[in-house]
Design a protein around this ligand. Structure first.
Ligand code: IVH
Length: 679
């Protein structure tokens, strides 16, 4: 074969790989419905990386290989927005919504106004520029006129298409939307940061902003950011007549669009939807702080026009804040699983958004200083979604002079050992963490055991904090492997233990010996390794030995595992103490089942409402119903705004039209099958 034709072969293989990877990325990150295993995906990615490394002249900016993160930048160049990003006026209650509607009716000189209502993401606004269908530039909102060009970081966000799904792309397309951090990923990130002694992010929004404004795109790549689109600049130029159509177009071009969008006629429907979202807010995987209400038809938007900095055709209904005031009695210091000292505010119990709050995290000493929170203060406490309650600020006017300033102890409040201050890693806001130096500190050990025995790890039923406390305090357990050497006599010595409780606990310990690789890895508390990473590692390597031997490069080849994480994982497994504990666990009978037992059916569809239309090829209606119900979901017969999913089989009926008009998420049979197949 000639050199020329070999080159052509490589080129076409590269093209083919990119196409496949783009497609699978889209299934995974935009539709949440992957078609192939992570392993198969990794294989494709690796082949592409190899071919591109061998043929660097063939690398293009829209190649999926470019998502891994380019070299660090020293600063971000400005990005001037061709059309400024406006802000939106707020409506603080339903009265203000009605007033908004009245203004619209008056200025538009018509009564029948349709509104496109969308949850208001609490993230970071960005603009993406596509030239001839290829993502070329993107930046933050900044002051609305000029933001920062963070193209390299945006490229790492997998839900941002690097190439639009269309055969006929416009010369220029400017897409707007919001980068958000999912609540669960936020909790994982903060847990990892606290384990590493780094300052925590106060909320998902700050985490999104901090991650997007990273000078090192590889750090951005390691963060689970998600982009939701909600607008096209000059939508009319691409043939669009309404906001609702715009959202549909964005979805068909490969963007993620919020499924909770509703087209409402008249202000009563709008108000109902706002109240509905206010209820639903807590159960969403990301944070929203209101609903954006936009006049649907672009012609009417044009009639209404814009005033100084915000359009007359849109308003943001803001949810009432989940805030209350209460008294901060005391600041206690807790020692976490990795020895980090965290101050916690002990509050007079107060109900916020239906939940009683009596503690709130203060993150670290810097945070206390910055907010000037003192023991005895009246404080404003806030709960946002599932996020841990936090102290917003002290009410300074209520001070009596008896408040006490907090000082971080210079010895560990649990074991009395010295405390070191380390400045946090290079990828956060910076700051100082205090950490107990004693590897055998009982507080650290107790937290490790608690984590090891937790439901998602080794699942030792009945091994609660009180028992762990006694086991550690009496010196019976010095590391997790000692749990498997406990005898009947040992347990009978514990307070409150009798025949039955002893035999029950021994049984649970015995039972936990048969485990899976995922659980085992998670339970060990490998730094940065939450349940998702543990699953990915287990699926990729298949055995503990292989993971323990893996080097950083091999670890980094896995989707979702960045440089930092790979470093921490390989560091954990080369640590002699950790290796000894693993060996002892094996010697004492902990067995990782090669054939992973099918985990009990999880309530993966908990609370979700499904409706079916048309004929399914792979199962009967009643089988489908059973599958949904077994996973905690509910099947209803009619389409209403309360529905979460409409599953459309062959020959769908009028339910499909109705669901579409209500903005309900439609699932094809394949998507539905994937959904019920997932763990
Ligand atoms: S539309 C004139 N839609 O709210 C309307 N904004 O705009 C322009 N935001 O920081 C914006 N969710 O990023 C729109 N579904 C949504 C939104 C949304 C959140 C943010 C936006 C900006 C602020 C004001």
């Amino acid at each position: 074969m000639s050199k020329e034709s070999m080159k052509q072969d490589v080129e076409s293989r590269i093209k083919d790989l990119r196409k496949q990877i783009d497609y699978h990325n889209y299934r995974y990150y935009v539709l949440d419905s992957p078609e192939i295993s992570d392993f198969a995906y990794d294989q494709l990615m690796r082949e592409l990386m190899r071919l591109e490394a061998e043929n660097p002249e063939l690398v293009t900016p829209d190649s999926p290989s470019q998502r891994v993160g380019a070299a660090p930048a020293s600063s971000f160049p400005p990005m001037v927005h061709r059309v400024p990003l406006l802000s939106i006026d707020n409506a603080m209650d339903t009265e203000e919504l009605r007033a908004f509607h009245q203004r619209v009716v008056k200025l538009a000189e018509r009564e029948d106004i349709a509104y496109c209502c969308e949850p208001k993401f609490d993230g970071l606004a960005v603009e993406l520029v596509y030239e001839n269908g290829v993502f070329t530039r993107g930046g933050t909102r900044g002051d609305g006129y000029t933001g920062e060009d963070v193209t390299g970081n945006l490229r790492t966000i997998k839900s941002i298409p690097l190439r639009l799904i269309t055969n006929d792309p416009p010369g220029l397309l400017e897409v707007r939307g919001e980068v958000v951090f999912y609540k669960s990923a936020f909790a994982d990130l903060n847990r990892e940061r606290s384990e590493r002694g780094e300052p925590l992010f106060a909320n998902p929004r700050n985490a999104a902003a901090g991650s997007l404004r990273q000078l090192d795109p590889r750090i951005t790549a390691s963060r689970a950011l998600v982009f939701f689109s909600y607008g096209i600049v000059d939508a009319v130029s691409v043939g669009l007549g309404s906001q609702y159509e715009t959202l549909k177009r964005l979805s068909s071009l490969g963007f993620k669009v919020n499924p909770d969008v509703r087209l409402c006629r008249g202000i009563d429907e709008v108000i109902n939807f706002c109240l509905f979202m206010q209820e639903k807010r807590e159960s969403l995987p990301y944070e929203i702080d209101g609903v954006v209400i936009k006049v649907n038809e672009i012609d009417i938007q044009r009639v209404l026009g814009i005033k100084a900095r915000s359009p007359r055709w849109a308003v943001a209904y803001k949810f009432p804040p989940n805030q209350e005031t209460t008294t901060l009695r005391k600041i206690e210091v807790q020692v976490g699983r990795t020895g980090v000292l965290t101050p916690v505010a002990m509050l007079d119990p107060v109900k916020i958004g239906g939940v009683t709050v009596s503690r709130a995290t203060l993150h670290n000493a810097d945070e206390i200083k910055r907010k000037d929170v003192r023991e005895g203060d009246t404080v404003i406490v806030q709960r946002a979604g599932d996020v841990i309650p936090e102290i917003v600020a002290p009410v300074v006017s209520r001070r009596t002079g008896n408040e006490r300033e907090f000082v971080m102890p210079d010895t560990c409040p649990v074991c009395g050992s010295g405390v070191v201050r380390d400045s946090a890693g290079n990828n956060g806001a910076g700051g100082v963490m205090y950490r107990c130096v004693n590897m055998a500190c009982p507080a650290i050990l107790k937290e490790q055991i608690y984590h090891f025995a937790s439901k998602d790890a080794l699942d030792i039923d009945g091994l609660g904090r009180k028992i762990i406390q006694q086991l550690v305090d009496k010196g019976m357990v010095r590391d997790v492997s000692d749990l498997y050497a406990l005898t009947r006599d040992d347990l009978m010595q514990l307070e409150g233990f009798a025949e039955l409780s002893t035999s029950n606990l021994l049984k649970s310990i015995q039972k936990s010996k048969q485990t899976t690789l995922r659980r085992f890895l998670y339970g060990l508390g490998v730094p940065h390794t939450g349940q998702v990473a543990a699953r990915d590692l287990a699926d990729h390597f298949g055995s503990l030995e292989r993971i323990m031997e893996a080097d950083k490069e091999e670890l980094q080849a896995i989707r979702g595992i960045g440089k930092e994480m790979a470093q921490a994982i390989s560091g954990f497994f080369s640590n002699e103490r950790n290796r000894t504990i693993i060996r002892k666990l094996e010697q004492r009978g902990v067995k990782i089942l090669q054939q992973q037992p099918s985990e009990p059916e999880s309530a993966s569809l908990a609370g979700a409402k499904f409706c079916f239309t048309g004929t399914l090829k792979s199962m009967t209606r009643s089988e489908a119903k059973k599958a949904v119900e077994e996973r905690g979901g509910q099947v209803v017969s009619a389409v209403s705004s309360q529905l979460d999913f409409l599953v459309a089989g062959d020959d769908p009926g009028s339910k499909l039209d109705k669901a579409t008009s209500l903005g309900i998420r439609i699932l094809g049979e394949d998507e539905f099958m994937k959904m019920i197949k997932e763990e």
